[in-house]
Design a protein around this ligand. Structure first.
Ligand code: IVH
Length: 719
């Protein structure tokens, strides 16, 4: 489906000079620049090509072949040479993505052709009607099979982007479909949108593309986490997070959001004489492949050419099932007649093309009534989280009755009162969210939500530190907090003690069997076996899991201590620099902040934790029970040899492996510098086949660039 990377990365004048360069040559050339760390001004086009290549690998293919640090070296070399030779700076240089002296205007600009909407369908019957309508419009008989291109309907903001002479010249929002608002400077900050693309390869001088600017769900979650910490209002959903910065004045603000763009339409293309060049493509799929081949991000892994409406429906169903796991928010699928000549015969209404239709997934929004608010000791240590209890509603198959209201400011800015009608959305992930309240529907006797002044658990007066949005209970020994910390300690994220869940921790705590974390490793299993519902066998099983957890790598223990801001990632970073957990008693703040991505706030929190004799006593008790405090192999930074045959490669295992488990094989590959993929595509470098390999092997055989290895060959090479 995808045109392999015969991607041209060069400016027109240098295309001839560098066209012969293959991916491997670009990589080795990049390594040379990185090693020497010097650049002659005559090499500027070559380094630009290298950088463009790595951006393409990273932002479009999701398959980086150099580290972030190495990329920075290349970027800085280019920046330096441009600073010394301002005449060499060109607008398609990646250093020019964010420019302080240009901003997007709010000028209204006309689209090359109208940006229409899509008609909606909701079930198989609607799809069958659509298929019949097309056949009728184009005089086809009912039993002929039509080909459709089906791809996700990305939920962001649509954009039209114009390229002239292989360079981006204008971007605009959809607006009213005829005219949109100019947003070129902001669009240029989107790393998956090439500033330069070789349309000339298709004899195209001027082109207009349509696409959806959007934001990754994970990125959205991090943005909101950051905003919560900074006391800024939360963004409602990934769509708003993306559309909210498309038209802002300062391009840096757009750049900070890390937008992405999927291109889904090639809406206009002419040569230097103004002659239409779109008719060189036979199908919608060809058009999209062509755009992919010159560096655009398109739905390569996500789209399928389906024969007939049943296949369309089946493909939609596979996406309906996996939409929650997908990295971007989708609100449906788009079905387009694949053959462009048939599209043309179908034509358009003033609202939508007759050859395309959207299939909408079940709504993720609904209204409900807020019944009550509970104030709980939240996961963010010591903070009080208001949780709304609402009349249960079903959102895309999940019943929601409980929603976090985050903090007092959230309640105030959203103007939420007891008894209010609220609009609920399951956004970005499976976490539900209150989008807004409807004050206009409020009853006259309604009461506002009062935030408590004292801890609901231990009655200590709550405090709110300057610049923090959360109210916290300052009592470290508040029962609710101790329980929360214990639950976190044993959780999958931290010490991962199988069979010791929240309810059992709470039960042991109530019974006085566990008072602090160290007690977990000193349980009286005899006593446990006599508890109702437990017995000898479960007590033994529990002992096994707890004993196993004792030899966990230290990053798990660090994360399990519930130190404010000491998350999984920072724990791993610190563990890489730590021989023995107890050494943290002697660490200074400088030592923490020397580690990349470890900040002073978490450093200070750790110092405070280790300065408290009670904590040291608890840790000593833990150590005496056999919990590992020493750095293990898993904690040490991974050293991957670049000579490894797997370095920077993508790999997939299929069929039954005889000598080794699948997971173990994947870990070996990863250790050797490879990245595991889950499907066969042109992005795959190596397929390892075990016994009874099926469709994946057949698919891989059709892609010549994929190296196929037997299990034995893999093991020989990797060890
Ligand atoms: S095709 C003429 N494909 O959905 C056909 N649209 O409701 C125009 N959208 O304004 C649209 N993903 O912003 C198309 N894969 C996709 C899409 C997509 C998202 C948006 C687009 C459009 C809206 C129509």
């Amino acid at each position: 489906m995808e045109i392999k990377a015969n991607y041209e990365l060069f400016s027109p004048q240098n295309r001839i000079m560098y066209t012969a360069l293959q991916e491997s040559e670009l990589l080795s050339q990049s390594k040379k620049f990185i090693q020497s760390n010097i650049l002659k001004s005559s090499d500027i086009d070559l380094i630009k090509a290298c950088i463009r290549y790595h951006e393409w690998k990273y932002y479009i293919q999701n398959n980086a072949v150099i580290t972030d640090g190495e990329y920075d070296v290349l970027y800085n070399l280019l920046k330096q040479i441009e600073e010394q030779n301002p005449n060499l700076v060109s607008s398609d240089s990646t250093t020019q993505r964010v420019s302080s002296d240009i901003s997007s205007t709010s000028t209204s600009v006309e689209h090359m052709t109208p940006m229409l909407s899509l008609d909606n369908t909701y079930n198989i019957e609607d799809l069958i009607d659509f298929d019949k309508r097309i056949k009728k419009l184009t005089n086809m008989s009912d039993d002929e099979i039509l080909e459709y291109l089906v791809e996700p309907k990305f939920d962001g903001g649509s954009m039209a982007v114009i390229y002239e002479n292989d360079t981006i010249t204008r971007a605009a929002t959809r607006g009213d479909g005829i005219k949109g608002e100019e947003m070129t400077a902001n669009a240029r900050t989107i790393k998956s949108l090439p500033l330069h693309a070789t349309f000339s390869k298709f004899i195209i001088h001027k082109a207009e593309l349509r696409g959806e600017a959007l934001i990754q769900k994970d990125n959205f979650k991090n943005l909101n986490l950051r905003r919560e910490i900074d006391g800024l209002p939360l963004l409602a959903n990934p769509r708003n997070a993306a559309t909210g910065v498309m038209r802002v004045k300062d391009p840096q603000e757009t750049a900070n959001r890390n937008l992405d763009i999927f291109i889904f339409q090639f809406s206009y293309a002419v040569d230097t004489n103004g002659v239409n060049q779109l008719d060189q493509f036979a199908t919608q799929d060809d058009m999209i492949s062509a755009l992919s081949s010159i560096g655009f991000k398109v739905a390569n892994q996500e789209r399928k050419v389906c024969k007939g409406i049943q296949e369309v429906y089946d493909f939609i169903q596979t996406w309906a099932a996996k939409r929650d796991q997908y990295e971007y928010e989708l609100d449906g699928m788009v079905i387009k007649v694949n053959e462009l000549s048939i599209q043309e015969r179908c034509g358009y209404t003033s609202h939508h093309p007759r050859w395309a239709v959207a299939y909408k997934f079940q709504a993720k929004q609904a209204t409900s009534t807020l019944i009550n608010v509970e104030f709980q000791i939240g996961k963010i240590v010591r903070s009080i989280t208001p949780v709304a209890k609402i009349e249960p509603v079903s959102l895309a198959g999940v019943t929601v009755s409980s929603i976090s209201l985050h903090n007092e400011d959230f309640i105030k800015t959203k103007d939420i009162w007891y008894g209010d009608q609220v609009l609920v959305e399951r956004a970005g992930d499976v976490i539900p969210y209150i989008v807004k309240s409807f004050p206009e529907l409020r009853k006259p006797n309604a009461k506002p939500i009062e935030f408590p002044s004292h801890c609901p658990e231990c009655n200590t007066p709550l405090i709110r530190e300057a610049e923090e949005v959360a109210w916290r209970c300052p009592n470290f020994f508040c029962r609710a907090q101790i329980i929360q910390r214990l639950i976190h300690h044993v959780s999958k994220e931290a010490m991962d003690i199988d069979g010791l869940g929240a309810s059992l921790v709470e039960r042991f705590f109530q019974l006085g069997m566990i008072q602090d974390m160290a007690d977990i490793y000193n349980l009286d299993y005899k006593a446990i076996s006599t508890l109702e519902g437990m017995g000898e066998k479960s007590a033994q099983k529990l002992k096994l899991s707890i004993d196993k957890a004792k030899s966990n790598p230290i990053h798990r223990l660090l994360h399990g201590l519930s130190i404010h801001h000491l998350g999984k990632k920072v724990s791993k970073l610190i563990a890489e620099h730590l021989d023995n957990v107890m050494n943290l008693q002697h660490w200074t703040i400088e030592k923490f902040i020397e580690i990349k991505d470890v900040g002073p706030v978490v450093g200070q929190n750790i110092i405070q934790f280790f300065a408290d004799p009670k904590n040291i006593q608890m840790l000593e008790k833990m150590k005496a029970s056999g919990v590992n405090f020493i750095q293990t192999d898993e904690d040490r930074p991974k050293q991957v040899s670049e000579d490894s045959a797997f370095f920077g490669k993508t790999i997939l295992f299929t069929g039954t492996l005889k000598n080794i488990g699948r997971k173990e094989a994947q870990e070996l590959a990863e250790k050797a510098g490879a990245k595991n993929l889950s499907a066969v595509s042109a992005n795959l470098n190596i397929l390892v086949v075990g016994e009874d390999a099926g469709s994946k092997l057949n698919k891989a055989k059709a892609i010549p660039s994929i190296e196929i290895l037997t299990e034995e060959e893999f093991l020989l090479k990797v060890r």
